[in-house]
Design a protein around this ligand. Structure first.
Ligand SMILES: [Zn+2]
Length: 313
């Protein structure tokens, strides 16, 4: 299984709809070793989007997202203090984005995974809000439903959710996984009410971690699961093409890509396991060190994640 090659298909820039791009990095699935392939990251010469080309065919979905995939097992049980700190931080960030919402607001989390963010909104937000999620992965949907959440199984493009219905939609570390961000954002725009907002959080290719590790080990590549990676420029261009107004695009602090970048380098250099284990999402020491570093970078507008607030006209 591990050595079998994936079925790959050709890709192009989803914003410019052209293949005028140059290679910027190459690497393997350092985290899960789901195949022996080497993957190529290209950067569009026009909009600076970084995209995987070729990329896995959609039929390989279950192979590239194995049962041990972290979006499916991020629990307090397994992650202890890291879970507690991240929950508190994410709840604070989410609620600050929801402060202008009406009492009867409808919120949709697209790519909700196991329902982490919806659970935070349920716990800390207004009890009168309607909370719903969307995810294509059956395992994730099942886990979210076990928490009592209302989840639509499928892709936002195919679900036929009611138009002009939601006040706020979230895409938190989702857009980079999508096959066609342009179509997905168009579908989201349709289900939003006029003046409704879409919040996108995604890896930032203008960050220092990208600059240092882009040749191969950058955590944000997440080979071969991240198909489209943005900077503020390409994300604004995508938003404009769909017809969203950009309210704000800024960077926010995250240690995750730093930790994975170092982890990937150590794995590739065959470092001993005790050392690679110090650079995982369970390692509080490396997470806090890189959080401190990214907080400094954030002051210069170079945090590891991008956060866009977009509005339907
Ligand atoms: Zn482009």
């Amino acid at each position: 299984m591990e050595n079998k090659r994936l079925k790959l298909i050709d890709a192009q820039c989803c914003i410019c709809e052209s293949a005028d791009a140059a290679p910027i990095g190459a690497g393997e699935d350092f985290e899960y070793r789901t195949s022996s392939d080497t993957f190529l990251a290209m950067r569009c010469n026009s909009c600076e989007l970084v995209y995987l080309n070729p990329r896995p065919d959609i039929s390989e979905f279950e192979r590239i997202y194995p049962p041990s995939y972290h979006a499916f097992d991020f629990s307090e049980q397994d992650f202890g203090i890291v879970y507690k700190i991240r929950s508190r931080l994410e709840a604070k960030r989410l609620l600050s984005l929801c402060k202008d919402l009406p009492k009867d607001a409808r919120i949709l989390d697209v790519g909700c995974g196991d329902g982490f963010h919806l659970k935070l909104l349920k716990k800390y937000g207004e009890k009168s809000w309607t909370l719903e999620g969307v995810d294509v992965d059956k395992r994730a949907v099942r886990m979210a439903e076990e928490s009592g959440l209302k989840i639509h199984a499928g892709s936002i493009e195919e679900l036929n959710l009611p138009e002009n219905f939601y006040d706020l939609t979230l895409m938190i570390q989702t857009v980079e996984h999508l096959e066609n961000p342009l179509e997905s954002l168009t579908a989201i725009k349709n289900v939003l009410k006029p003046k409704g907002k879409l919040i996108i959080v995604t890896d930032n290719t203008d960050a220092l971690d990208f600059k240092i590790f882009k040749g191969s080990y950058w955590g944000g590549y997440h080979f071969p699961r991240h198909w489209n990676l943005f900077n503020a420029h390409s994300l604004a261009k995508l938003a404009a093409k769909v017809g969203f107004e950009t309210v704000e695009i800024k960077t926010i602090v995250s240690p995750v890509n730093w930790v994975y970048s170092v982890h990937n380098a150590l794995v590739d250099w065959n470092a001993p396991r005790f050392l690679t284990n110090r650079f995982t999402l369970k390692s509080t020491a490396s997470l806090s060190a890189f959080t401190s570093l990214d907080m400094v970078l954030q002051k210069f507008g170079r945090g590891a994640l991008l956060r866009a607030i977009l509005q339907k006209p």
